[in-house]
Design a binder for this molecule. Structure first.
Ligand code: ADP
Ligand code: MG
Length: 380
């Protein structure tokens, strides 16, 4: 029956993930804006699994530094390419997994481009969020004869350690509490949770979310770069024959800009914002690093962000961090600190990522999963 295939599928998927690790870090370099001559670009080399920088002497002793990641996307990578490497993770939500995908990087490095797309996005340039939902609808439709899925979305913003609903038309938009209930896990009961079944509904909601972020932006001067936004997709599945059910969810998080703010230069609200951002990004780094090192204590309680995502970080959950860097020469300081942060949260050792990628064991498991998926898509 379907349940058995699902079980088998999950087991194989787990084995595959164990080989690759539950935490993955992809690096993406956005195209250069200016007409600066090539030799000035601090990114000297990019290949599938590594990125090399020419580090000016004032930022470190060595001339060249190489960072390794599970995958590196260069400036000419397309949204479709980025998505296709993310797709298996997203699809696993329909098998009952919890997933977190983060966009990390300094302001202007391309986080929103990866997750949402440019302002006037097209079918081609739209980001991971919309593609994820489209794919979930598509896959659930394929499985509809064996399993029924209910999909709903929530969109939250965390600003100055306060959680707010981005899917509200209530102008009061009060701060919300994160709860932990025994049957629901971590949840924000007062935020709108909207059932969706088509991409047009999703687009409407994303527009509403965008508008709510924009409203705060005019009041607070581009608040979007100083808040985290989190699109959460909840999936509930019920196998038609047995009535068995499963639950999965995916958090798609566009993080606040990671740039270090010079404390001698900012005061008041800006200083407070910077401190909150530092605290929550540090907390996220600590949580992921302690998971990657398989430590017994994971410090989820240190920020609202890690509290909110607690259910989906660690355990059987899968984490993907997109680390964004800008190729501009004047961004080199932030680029180095971004890549150092990424290195800290990642489990990758020199060369290990590529070895895994090509191992025959991984290939074999992938084939088995593909054939199980094909089997589960067929009508009995
Ligand atoms: P962030 O959200 O990190 O502040 P944005 O996603 O807003 O950065 O990107 C800054 C600018 O660079 C935007 O105009 C965006 O459209 C552009 N941009 C970023 N990444 C890419 C990319 N991969 N391809 C083309 N343009 C990009
Ligand atoms: Mg942004």
């Amino acid at each position: 029956g379907y349940q058995k295939i699902l079980e088998e599928n999950r087991k194989l998927y787990n084995q595959l993930q164990d080989l690759k690790g539950n935490i993955r870090v992809y690096c993406r370099v956005r195209p250069s804006k200016g007409a600066q001559p090539n030799h000035q670009c601090p990114v000297s080399n990019i290949d599938e699994g590594s990125i090399s920088l020419i580090v000016p002497s004032k930022h470190g002793k060595d001339g060249k530094k190489t960072f390794n990641f599970n995958r590196v996307f260069g400036p000419s990578s397309t949204q479709a390419e980025v998505f296709s490497d993310t797709q298996p993770l997203i699809r696993s939500v329909l098998d009952g997994f919890n997933v977190c995908i983060f966009a990390y990087g300094q302001t202007g490095s391309g986080k929103t481009h990866t997750m949402s797309g440019p302002d006037n996005y097209t079918e081609e340039t739209v980001g991971v969020n919309y593609r994820a939902l489209k794919d979930l609808f598509h896959l659930s439709e394929q499985r509809k004869d064996t399993i029924h899925y209910d999909i709903s979305v929530q969109m939250l913003e965390i600003y100055n350690e306060q959680v707010r609903d981005l899917l509200t038309t209530d102008s009061a938009n009060k701060r919300l509490e994160i709860r932990n209930s025994s049957h629901n896990g971590i949840n924000v009961p007062d935020a709108n949770l909207v059932p969706v079944s088509s991409t047009s509904e999703v687009l409407n909601l994303m527009n509403l979310g965008q508008k709510n972020r924009a409203v705060s932006a005019t009041a607070m001067n581009d608040r979007s770069s100083r808040s985290h936004s989190c699109l959460t997709v909840h999936v509930q599945g019920r196998e038609l024959a047995s009535g068995n059910s499963l639950r999965g969810c995916i958090h798609l998080v566009d993080l606040a800009g990671s740039e270090r703010v010079d404390k001698s230069e900012v005061t008041g609200d800006r200083l407070k914002e910077a401190q909150h951002i530092n605290k929550s990004l540090a907390a996220l780094g600590d949580v992921i690093a302690s998971l990657a090192q398989k430590q017994s204590h994971v410090p989820y309680r240190n920020s609202k962000l890690t509290q909110l995502l607690q259910d989906s970080l660690g355990g059987q959950a899968k984490t993907l961090m997109f680390v964004h860097v800008s190729p501009e020469p004047d961004a080199i300081g932030e680029t180095i600190s971004t890549l150092k942060f990424a290195e800290r949260v990642s489990t990758i050792e020199l060369g290990a990522a590529r070895a895994n990628k090509d191992s025959s064991e991984v290939k074999e498991l992938k084939e088995q999963i593909a054939s199980l998926k094909a089997a589960s898509a067929r009508k009995d």
